[in-house]
Design a binder for this molecule. Sequence first.
Ligand SMILES: [Zn+2]
Ligand SMILES: [Zn+2]
Length: 339
Amino acid sequence: MAGELRKDPMTGRWVLVRMVEEPPPPDGADPDPCPFCPGSEHLTPPEIAAYRAGDGSPGSSPWHVRVFPESNPYFRIEEELVREGVGMFDRVSIRGASEIVVEDPGHWVNLADMEEDQLRRVLWMYRDRIADLQRDGQIRSVVVTRRHGKQGARIRHPYSRVLATPIVFDDLRAELAQAREYYAYKRRCVYCDATREELSAGERLVRATTHFAAFIPYAARSPFELRVLPRLHACAFDQVSDDQVGDLARVLRDLARALTKALDDPPFEMVLHTAPNLSVKVLQSEWETVAKDYHWHLELTARPEHWTTVGGIAVNETPPERAAQILREAAGGDSSPPA
Ligand SMILES: [Zn+2]
Ligand SMILES: [Zn+2]
């Protein structure tokens, strides 16, 4: 079984059910040579995209950023899109894409010490891949995610994963519904409002630059959960500007450094949330106001595996105001909220 998407009609949540043919190698067994390192290109599936110096053709010069399909993919471009009912249940095939973005030729580089130019290239590659995948009318949403320091991770080389899916997944769907509802009532973007609020309150703010605000949300579900929002309203990451990309690269590197310093290099997960593929609508009225009500952003969660819950209720034992102060201190020594 390659996999399939199933919906739980009692919770409305989707899950990807699949069978892994080969069990992963035991923890700590790093493949040698690393398939993501320069010189090992033949060990990966064929390249989809890359940035290189020179004319950019494969093999012409060393690559800076390289993209290829994941070898044991969560979603497949070759799969036929099937939406069907199984009795009362809903099932969708895994038509989509799962791509690996190798972020740097260097094996040991991480977000906290990546060159700014390099991080900019990674962000542009996210933009390019999202735009390219969204030309496919069967792809409804694209999510970019990266893990740092994941326990038992097989490959340490820095990479991100681009997931293009035939449905809008739960987290994004919940955000879209919430944003739409807020907009319907107030005629304002909830993310713009929250950013203004956090900038003026200051106590949960970690970083504020010309183009971005990074803060711990008022009701963060786990300690050190960060949201990074562009100050200029835009629903989709594909509309990002040159200035914004430069600024975002600095902000992300500074946040990664602050987390590394404050929490002794914790594992963290970063997820890019952008509007769904607007050229594909299943229902006519869907996303009528999305351009005005939704706002792309990044979410960073430190130690995602350490969430505390009781009976399914999230419990955060480091108040967001305290966590923000700790990160501000680590980022620049000044613990007072930015003016
Ligand atoms: Zn490597
Ligand atoms: Zn907004």
